[in-house]
Write a protein that binds this ligand. Structure first.
Ligand SMILES: [Zn+2]
Ligand SMILES: [Zn+2]
Length: 462
């Protein structure tokens, strides 16, 4: 097969038109691990682009520009989430493009990538085209799409990957389901040579996960709930890394949850396999103990907001994910934002759907549980919250002159109770609900426009 066809990355992300920002953020601590900035600066945004940086107090706001007091606050490159569920088309009672991207903006994100396990499944050019049209009308931050690897997520027939790529597909995934057949995945990776685009994998062996509802371990045994063993994930991670290595393909492993998977990725990377991986804030911050209700923050036992796929695992798994994030074995943080309606989550634990929303809490949760106690440096967390863009061959948000303005202003000292003022998401199934978190997003500039502004943020000029 020939080389991948040319792909226009700049048009792969879609966002509704909005007024370009003109603002001066004064004196914020600017932190960007890629440009090396780590100190107080004035940052001037003109017509949606970063026009100038300067010592605090050195820049003047042009006529008509808004002045934002950044003193005592941090200005970061806005985050990129390679894995969210916007539920469009077909499940708009859970989320839609407008509410999902509003949640993203409130969480400090400038771009998100939507998964295809919708109704209908995003597995054809017309469905993808209509979604991109909808995003061009409704998306408050940029949205990219990953259509399915197999038609209807059935695992039996490949989608028209090359045609979908021409229509703007960032990559391909059957997320929500694994590609059970090794032969089918091999074929998809062979077509990837022609179509281009990363293949993202939800790793799970259904013959091992079965009807399990939580991590298989001491807590599931105590609660009498059928477990999902970690080998359900890790055996598939190892298998698919081997297939990618054999075919020279490029794969991305979604939502790693256990120590065995981290080891498998580490091994594959050492062998030179082109594999990347993500971990989610809930797996980095919580364990299966949360299902017992022992975690501080108010959730009782068998809280269905703690039920997700893959499940919250044991403390040793969580520690392995943190170590993997630190070493770079895990490339990025992805929320796997998965909205569900209240009546669905109000079912008994075993029957409730799997998933937690996460866009609005990702930064604060990781900051509270990993940065504040000194486990991970803030600069590393910012790197991992933005690195997903590079994995999809997109430019990573940077704070530098002449870059498009993708910025988030945060107050690291501000504490807030998750859910106290509701959510921007249409759903409220949040695993961090009731927790007091430290670190609040005050302002998000996405694709050059102000996409979110916290109520408390008072503009002092213009
Ligand atoms: Zn998944
Ligand atoms: Zn997912």
């Amino acid at each position: 097969m020939s080389a991948p066809r040319p792909f226009d990355a700049s048009s792969a992300l879609v966002q509704a038109p909005a007024a370009p920002a003109d603002l001066l953020v004064t004196g914020a601590h600017v932190l960007d691990p890629r440009t090396g900035l780590d100190g107080p600066q004035d940052v001037l945004v003109r017509d949606g682009r970063i026009a100038q940086l300067g010592a605090p107090g050195s820049l003047e706001a042009p006529a008509g520009a808004e002045v934002v007091d950044g003193r005592g606050r941090h200005l970061l490159p806005a985050f990129f989430d390679p894995h969210v569920h916007l539920r469009v088309p077909g499940q708009e009672h859970k989320e839609d493009i407008e509410t999902g991207t509003r949640a993203a903006a409130a969480g400090g994100y400038c771009a998100v990538v939507a998964m295809p396990n919708t109704d209908p499944v995003v597995d054809s050019a017309p469905v993808l085209r209509s979604l991109r049209d909808a995003a061009a009308r409704d998306a408050r931050v940029a949205v990219g799409f990953m259509p399915a690897i197999t038609r209807g997520l059935q695992g039996t027939e490949l989608t028209g990957m090359a045609e979908l790529r021409d229509e703007g597909a960032l990559g391909f995934t059957d997320d929500g389901k694994p590609v059970v057949s090794a032969g089918m995945l091999r074929k998809a990776i062979q077509y990837q040579r022609l179509a281009g685009g990363v293949i993202a994998l939800h790793e799970e062996d259904p013959s091992l996960s079965g009807r399990g509802a939580m991590h298989e371990g001491a807590v599931s045994a105590m609660l009498g709930i059928t477990g999902i063993p970690s080998i359900s994930e890790s055996t598939m991670v190892a298998r698919d890394a081997a297939i990618a290595g054999y075919e020279g393909g490029r794969v991305h492993m979604q939502h790693l949850s256990c120590i065995e998977s981290v080891r498998a990725i580490e091994h594959a990377k050492a062998e030179g396999v082109r594999v990347s991986a993500e971990a989610s804030p809930h797996h980095l911050c919580l364990t299966d103990e949360a299902i017992r209700g022992s975690r501080d923050g108010g959730s009782g036992p068998l809280d269905t907001n703690m039920k997700m796929n893959p499940p919250l695992r044991a403390e040793a798994d969580r520690q392995a994910l943190i170590a993997g994030l630190r070493s770079g074995v895990i490339d990025c943080i992805a929320t796997d934002h998965a909205p569900h309606a209240r009546d669905e989550k109000e079912s008994p634990f075993e029957q409730a759907p799997m998933g937690t929303i996460g866009l609005e809490t990702a930064f604060a949760a990781v900051h509270t549980d990993l940065v504040v106690p000194g486990i991970l440096p803030l600069a590393l967390v910012v790197d991992r919250l933005t690195a997903g863009a590079a994995l999809l061959d997109l430019p990573v948000p940077r704070i530098a002159a002449d870059e498009p303005a993708n910025l988030t202003l945060v107050d690291l000292a501000a504490e807030w109770d998750v859910g106290e003022n509701g959510y921007e998401s249409r759903s409220e199934n949040c695993c961090f609900a009731g927790r007091r978190l430290r670190g609040r997003v005050l302002l998000t500039v996405a694709g050059g426009s102000v996409a979110f502004r916290e109520r408390a943020l008072v503009a002092v000029g213009a």
